[in-house]
Design a protein around this ligand. Sequence first.
Ligand code: SF4
Ligand code: SF4
Length: 300
Amino acid sequence: MNRELFEGDAAAFLEKAIKEYVATSPANCFESFDGGCIFDEPLVGFDDGDDAIFQDYKTIIGDFHLTPREALAKHLESKGSQKRPSEVSVISFVLPVTYETRLSLRKETMVPSLRWNHTRWRGQHFINELSRHVVSLLESLSFQAVAPELADFFKLENLPSGYASNWSQRHIAYAAGLGTFSLNDGFITERGMAMRCGSVVTDAGIPPSLRIYKDHLANCLFYRDGSCRRCAERCPAGAIGEQGHDKNKCLEFLFTKQKAILKELGREEGYIGRYLGCGLCQTKVPCEARIPPKTRDKHR
Ligand code: SF4
Ligand code: SF4
């Protein structure tokens, strides 16, 4: 039954399944606070795993960045299979942070709010659950599937410009038409930049989503017309400038300074995780929850 539905419209079938899981899974609820949702309804996009853009990423990010076909081959090898799938597709999902959580972070200037901190860690736990759910669903339909970020082959490279993974979720989301990059190295979707994302690779054939944006920076006002630097003004680490995002400065602040500041403020209680998860540059900015309109549109 499910296989028939899938074959009828694979993209619609998966989008519905992902949205239903986000709407109903208890893992998408905060244990603390009011028990409300961690994430709002997701955006879902698809791309052909053999899209030439994945080869481009080897130049843009580094040779170590996997194509979807390479990720699936590694997964199959780990299961002792030499199979070479005829088709490879990638499914990308964007999970927007809720209004309550964004509002709580807007009030902060040095450390994340408690809700944002829990969204970082409980939210990632939920994304892992969602990724496993999508993999299981595809396997139940007799397809191969893997969530690369959860696989043994996932790794981080320590480059002079900062850490980079061999599976960049934001680059996968860009390939799947879900948004564009920005001055602070974020990713601006139609639900804005305050979001987290995940992805799954499969040997199922799924029609790719359109990439409707003019270029890879089209949704950021700084690159569009130079009218905005709000994310740079929000950054307490001075890690964002006209040249973009200084990953090393950002990580130094996240890993070594922010917990000390939290302690000085006497606000440690209830925070979780190895680091706090900052995100100040993603809220109280025009791209927080939407693609910012052109400057001239503001006056209409
Ligand atoms: S705050 Fe402004 S400059 Fe920064 S990413 Fe958003 S639109 Fe671009
Ligand atoms: S995450 Fe925090 S430290 Fe890093 S660039 Fe954004 S505001 Fe600055």
